[in-house]
Design a binder for this molecule. Structure first.
Ligand code: ADP
Length: 445
């Protein structure tokens, strides 16, 4: 089964057609280089002009193919015919090269193999057979026509001491060996290609099963987290009432124990909340999106974190151009994304430090940079920070609490928004998280 028979993925099919077109530029340039080397360096005598014209024609029809490739869907029936047409025209071009470069004496005849192998990769088996037949007819046709004097023979002077095109035994053996080589090579290439396609299909199926299982797991975690959230909140509220003295005075020792329990129940609440967020994002198949103004979200996030900002005497800065476009996304998810990153910057910044949010328009995306001058991330921890439950040793050593899920949530949200994220950090100097979100095209036409 070939590239143009479903269920081959469209991206792969069009990638291969583009690759084919790129190869053809190389082929056209290669012919010119061979002509130049043969003529100027090796001082061979052959029909230079026709070969140059053929090289230019290859480049010209490749321009046509490039234009067509943009219009044609590789997986529809026109895509199949397009690939067939490309291989066919290439075989024809090679046949002209063969004829003007010495006919059956041409040392580059094995180059037909490339066409046959490319056909085996791009086309279904039946069509590969057609192309092999076409190539064989072309080679045998030129050889016999030159032998019979129906076509003029173009000898390469300086290569062979005598002419072979008019030797019937040589012509017959050469044609037989080339044709059998093409048939065997096409059979081998087609069967390898078929096996690879089969593997690809199996992998795609396994991926789909894994994705479904992950989805089911996320839904399960979401339910459990949801059921735990209520009791965890309730426990924290009750313990708060006790530690704040609303239930009457309690002995010092008991107070210490209850405060510790309250602290742990607050952590439990954070963990359940983060688990709920993460599993909800993973379990959602399609997230509703619209135009979202980032500056408004950053303002809200700063407001929500006000108590922590005041507690650590942090200086906040927000920079953005007046005409910053809206991004295309889900407002709640983006709020959570920015909330997590700014909360981290606030949590890990030094006392009296600075947290800066810069936003800019890069053309297709809005780039957001969230910078702090805090504890930084150790170099060896950087590749792991987006993993679930991962926390770097330096923050654990400083007893800064966290669930290790915030950045996993951030990453998941960006995955559902076609966004990218990266980090630059130096331990004890500070950290900058940068991420991109696509601009909303409708509101920013
Ligand atoms: P946590 O709840 O621990 O903050 P996150 O998933 O948000 O979990 O972050 C994972 C780890 O990445 C943190 O434990 C910390 O080691 C590191 N990290 C994230 N943001 C920062 C930051 N702004 N400065 C320093 N370290 C950071």
């Amino acid at each position: 089964m070939g590239i143009l028979n479903p269920p081959l993925m469209p991206e792969e099919a069009s990638a291969r057609i583009c690759w084919f077109i790129r190869l053809r530029w190389l082929a056209a340039a290669g012919v010119l280089v061979f002509v130049a080397v043969g003529h100027f360096l090796l001082r061979l005598e052959f029909a230079v002009l026709p070969l140059v014209v053929i090289a230019i024609s290859i480049a010209l029809y490749n321009v046509g193919f490039l234009v067509l490739a943009r219009k044609i869907q590789p997986v529809d029936k026109w895509g199949g015919r397009f690939a067939l047409l490309q291989v066919g025209i290439d075989i024809l071009a090679l046949t002209f090269l063969m004829h003007y470069g010495g006919g059956i004496e041409n040392p580059f005849i094995p180059y037909y193999l490339f066409h046959v192998i490319i056909a085996a990769i791009l086309l279904p088996e039946r069509k590969v057979g057609l192309q092999v037949l076409f190539a064989s007819i072309c080679i045998a046709g030129v050889a016999i026509a030159e032998f019979k004097g129906l076509l003029r023979h173009h000898h390469i002077g300086g290569l062979l001491p005598f002419e072979l095109y008019n030797n019937w035994t040589f012509v017959a053996i050469a044609v037989f060996s080339i044709v059998t080589t093409l048939v065997i090579a096409s059979y081998l290439a087609a069967s390898i290609s078929e096996r690879l396609h089969e593997r690809e299909r199996q992998l795609a199926e396994s991926n789909a099963v894994l994705a479904e299982q992950d989805h089911v797991k996320s839904r399960y975690v979401m339910r459990v987290a949801h059921d735990l959230a209520g009791p965890a909140g309730m426990i924290t509220s009750c313990l708060k009432l006790v530690t704040q003295g609303f239930t009457g005075s309690i002995p010092e020792k008991s107070l210490d124990m209850v405060q510790r329990a309250q602290h742990k129940s607050e952590y439990l609440g954070d963990l359940v909340r983060d688990l709920l967020s993460l599993s909800r994002i993973k379990a959602t198949r399609k997230i509703p999106k619209s135009a979202v103004q980032l500056k408004e979200i950053v303002r809200q996030v700063f407001e929500e974190l006000e108590p922590h900002i005041v507690e650590k005497s942090l200086i906040l800065e927000q920079n953005f151009p007046a005409n910053l476009p809206a991004v295309y996304g889900n407002a709640d998810a983006i709020h959570e994304l920015i909330g997590n990153l700014v909360a981290n910057a606030v949590k890990y910044a030094i006392v009296s430090g600075q947290v800066k949010v810069d936003m800019s328009n890069t053309g297709n995306e809005v780039l957001v940079k969230i910078q702090d001058n805090g504890v930084g991330i150790p170099v060896e921890a950087v590749p792991h920070i987006f993993e679930e439950f991962y926390r770097a040793d330096n923050v654990k050593a400083e007893a800064v609490e966290g669930t290790g899920l915030g950045l996993s949530i951030v990453k998941q949200i960006l995955n559902t928004h076609d966004g990218k994220i990266w980090v630059e950090s130096e331990q004890d100097k500070g950290t900058t998280f940068s991420f991109t979100l696509p601009i909303d095209r409708e509101s920013h036409a």
